[in-house]
Design a protein around this ligand. Structure first.
Ligand code: FRU
Length: 428
């Protein structure tokens, strides 16, 4: 298959690809990639908890699900009186629902008996028969005395939604360990040479072109000591992020076989977080979130949404906008959003993220961690941020506007004209 839309940057279709240092060295803020500044919302919709990584209940075909008129999402959450930096240690998945895509209600914690000491990010499937599956990361070994950083990919089946009397998501859930790193294609904890390894953030994807069923996840590529990767430079080899993938031969959401990674970034970046695909015009747009502090020495990146595009799911990905940068925070608020998740809406691609640290223009998040606790608390958003609107054509993207905090439009909802459209029509 070829696609003219990609023009000169048209990728090949064979073999898994890398995000190269050369490509990443082109990362810079531009008008098309910097999101507007975010201010706190007038009211916090869910004041009792802090919210960060969030994912929507989706249908097998990748569209957001509407269940009897409800949009449904899942978030990592922690009590809002906990210091924000401690939230990853107690993360719990809660469910939220909305009948207008703007006002959200707390349906409470999803599980009583999840695997792991705490749960990290994932995805959720509303299957054709109405049943609900949650994919998540079991972080830490349950039963261990101390907090540990082992990560396993888990699938929970048995969920269903009942709307006869409001909204109710319930089990009984069964939790299945789906995947562990094999030490060959995917690094295990004991092979890790630098920052904490990653094996997390499962994301369900049924390929509309082939009907095949996939689970993407964040991982690392093993780089043994003495390897000649990155010219043998050990300091670069420690940064070995990858986008992993497993395939379900039958489409069963609870039975997966590991396959080679879709992409790796050895010598470039340690964390290719929350990988996900938007399929559009016959192309596979692979999006990831990453941090300023996880780029390898000699590269400068931002906390940002990055993306690459290929003609096949397992094809050769080329970076969007030449560097991979799709959406980042303004220079004077470099940590205002994180953990972006893109999804299609009509002609546009919308991007949701959480409202992170604001009123802070420091260079690293470490600076926040050394502030008095009251300042750390005051500067943390801990809720869903404004939704970004993206124009996507071939290997180019452009931020064209925003919707409000927590605004996730309902199916077919017409979006207001963007500022650019109003200017063009002479109304601004
Ligand atoms: C991104 C992330 C995810 C992980 C979660 C843990 O914000 O690092 O990769 O699942 O946060 O809180």
């Amino acid at each position: 298959m070829t696609n003219e839309a990609l023009g000169e940057s048209r990728p090949g279709t064979k073999g898994h690809a890398g995000w190269t240092r050369e490509q990443a060295s082109r990362i810079k803020r531009t008008d098309d990639t910097v999101a507007p500044i975010v201010y706190p919302p007038e009211t916090d919709q869910i004041p009792e908890v802090h919210i960060w990584d969030t994912w929507f209940l989706r249908n097998r075909d990748g569209t957001l699900a509407t269940v009897d008129g409800y949009r449904v999402c899942f978030s990592l959450t922690a009590p809002s009186d906990l210091l924000p930096g401690k939230r990853h240690d107690v993360a719990t998945i809660r469910c939220f629902y909305s009948d207008d895509g703007r006002n959200w209600n707390n349906a409470g914690p999803v599980f009583e008996d999840a695997l792991g000491q705490r749960q990290w990010a994932g995805s959720a499937l509303h299957d054709d028969d109405g049943s609900v599956y949650l994919f998540y990361t079991a972080a830490g070994e349950e039963g261990a005395d101390d907090l540990t950083y082992a990560q396993r990919i888990v699938g929970a089946g048995g969920g269903s939604i009942d709307t006869t009397d409001g909204f109710d998501l319930s089990g009984p859930w069964t939790h299945h360990e789906l995947l562990q790193p094999d030490g060959d294609r995917y690094e295990r904890e004991d092979q890790s040479r630098g920052m904490i390894y990653t094996f997390r953030d499962p994301w369900f994807f049924e390929d509309p072109a082939t009907g095949e069923t996939w689970l993407l996840f964040e991982a690392n590529t093993p780089v043994p000591e003495g390897s000649d990767a990155c010219g043998g430079d050990a300091a670069l080899q420690e940064f070995n992020g990858s986008v992993g993938v497993a395939r379900s031969p039958t489409g069963d959401p609870l039975a997966w076989d590991l396959e080679d990674p879709l992409l790796d970034a050895v010598g470039v970046n340690q964390e290719l977080e929350r990988p996900h695909i938007v399929y559009r015009d016959g192309l596979y747009y692979l999006f990831i979130s990453s941090h300023l502090h996880t780029f390898a020495p000699g590269l400068e990146g931002f906390d940002a949404l990055y993306g690459l595009v290929a003609e096949d799911l397992q094809g050769e990905y080329v970076p969007l906008n030449e560097s991979g940068l799709v959406a980042t925070n303004p220079e004077n608020a470099p940590f205002q959003s994180y953990s972006w998740m893109a999804f299609p809406h009509g002609d546009e691609v919308l991007v949701q993220s959480f409202f992170n640290y604001y009123d802070f223009d420091g260079d690293t998040l470490d600076e926040i961690a050394h502030m008095p606790e009251s300042e750390q608390m005051r500067r943390f958003g801990g809720s869903l941020g404004p939704t970004l609107r993206l124009n996507v054509e071939g290997s180019r993207t452009r931020i064209i506007g925003t919707l409000g905090h927590w605004h996730i439009p309902l199916d077919g909802e017409e979006l207001p004209p963007t500022d650019r459209e109003l200017i063009r029509r002479g109304k601004r």
